[in-house]
Write a protein that binds this ligand. Structure first.
Ligand code: KDG
Ligand code: MG
Length: 402
């Protein structure tokens, strides 16, 4: 079998997505997600200008060699644009393999290791009460794990909370908006949120929280310690992770489990975090981590150090990534938890998919490949619209991590 065509699509059914479609001489096609929130066109151009010409004529079964060719062969390694592009190719090729062999992807990756994929939902509210009501709603829907984010008194807006209530979507159309941040106000508020949630919901539901890279390691250690009575499933992205040894300070200060890695694009971003057992969950995704091929290796490495996976699954990862992630989650021994942020009905219509939610689990479905399709004609009705993630500043105007 040979690759005869590869095309890049950019569409915006509610938010922007970049999709790669690779077609073979046998008429089988595979789909990959190439979405990098706020920098979509850079990946689209990287793919069409630099990657697609190198794919024509290759055997789509050679996923390892093609991955090495695109990673090592480019000379310039790593980086979110490069790795997102490589991921789109890798996932599309695994999709082709599954379709050619008539097998769901999980059977090519080692087979099922569990009944279904436990997912966590997002509960978000402008205050503690509104967030608690959202936790209640998600428990009702069957979720066994819920991430809770609430507005912080004294701050006009913060990560994870929709300004006017309802569903949260971080990217906004137009140029970046600016938020104002106070570590002190945030750190005083979050323990109150989780105290209220444990009082109302007891111990059975798993509760999670995302600090979204805003703390220094010593502050993260203190927040983790303050949250210990409420037994979080994980505290996510407590601090930016470029300085991997910085996590030693967090570990020395708290036993709250730590999840990191949604912005990682390679195992090299996590090598020390894993080998020193400084984290508990690796959140790198098949999308930004370079595809299924490297994620299988990253998971195997993490397994040696008792680190489990906790793949990123926000709405800026397209349904193609969700489908591929579910096959990956089902087939590895050290799966931990998968994020699930439902897409809009418009997005789901553009990307018809076999995966479904039932009793707190997601199931990838049993169709060949990853089970997610792409409606090209419908996608054309939703052209790209410039959008950015917000920017964060401290109260004195200093630029901060968002
Ligand atoms: O593009 C950025 C979002 O994916 C990110 O802000 C979402 O932190 C996030 C999460 O945990 O889902
Ligand atoms: Mg996050």
């Amino acid at each position: 079998m040979k690759i005869v065509d590869a095309r890049v699509f950019v569409c915006s059914p509610g938010r922007n997505f970049v999709t790669l479609k690779i077609t073979t001489d046998e008429g089988i096609y595979g789909l990959g997600d190439a979405t990098l929130n706020g920098r979509e066109l850079a990946v689209a151009s990287y793919l069409s200008e630099h990657v697609v010409p190198c794919l024509i004529g290759r055997d789509p079964f050679e996923t390892e060699d093609i991955w090495q060719y695109l990673y090592r062969g480019a000379y310039w390694r790593k980086g979110p644009v490069t790795m997102t592009a490589i991921s789109a190719v890798d996932v599309a090729l695994w999709d082709i393999k599954g379709k050619a062999l008539g097998q769901p992807l999980y059977n090519l990756l080692g087979g099922r290791c569990r009944e279904g994929v436990t997912v966590y939902a997002h509960a978000t509210g402008r205050d503690i009460e509104e967030t608690a009501d959202e936790v209640a709603r998600h428990i009702e829907l069957g979720y066994r794990a819920v991430r809770a984010q609430s507005g912080v008194p004294g701050l006009a807006s913060t990560y994870g909370v929709a300004k006017h209530g309802g569903t949260y979507e971080p990217a906004e159309r137009g140029l970046p908006t600016e938020h104002v941040w106070s570590t002190g106000k945030y750190m005083r508020h979050v323990p109150k949120l989780f105290e209220a949630l444990r009082v109302r919901f007891g111990d059975d539901v798993h509760l999670l929280h995302d600090a979204h890279h805003r703390l220094k390691p010593i502050e993260a250690a203190r927040l983790g310690r303050d949250l210990e009575p409420y037994r979080l499933f994980w505290l996510e992205d407590p601090t930016p992770a470029e300085l991997q040894e910085g996590f030693r300070l967090i570990r020395q200060g708290t036993t709250t489990p730590i999840a990191v890695g949604e912005v990682f694009d390679s195992i090299w971003d996590a090598k020390q975090l894993i080998s020193e057992q400084l984290i508990d969950y690796l959140r790198m995704s098949v999308l930004h981590g370079g595809g299924i091929t490297p994620m299988k290796k990253a998971a195997a490495f993490a397994h040696m150090y008792h680190v489990q996976t906790g793949c990123h699954g926000a709405t800026d990862l397209s349904p193609i990534t969700m489908g591929a992630a579910l096959h990956f989650d089902l087939s590895i021994p050290n799966f931990g938890l998968q994020e699930h942020m439902p897409h809009t009905p418009e997005t789901d219509e553009v990307f018809p998919h076999a995966y479904y939610f039932e009793n707190g689990y997601m199931h990838p479905g049993d169709v060949p490949g990853h089970g997610v399709d792409f409606n090209e004609a419908l996608a054309e009705k939703y052209p790209y619209q410039r959008a950015y993630l917000p920017v964060n500043r401290r109260e004195d105007g200093t630029l901060w991590d968002w």
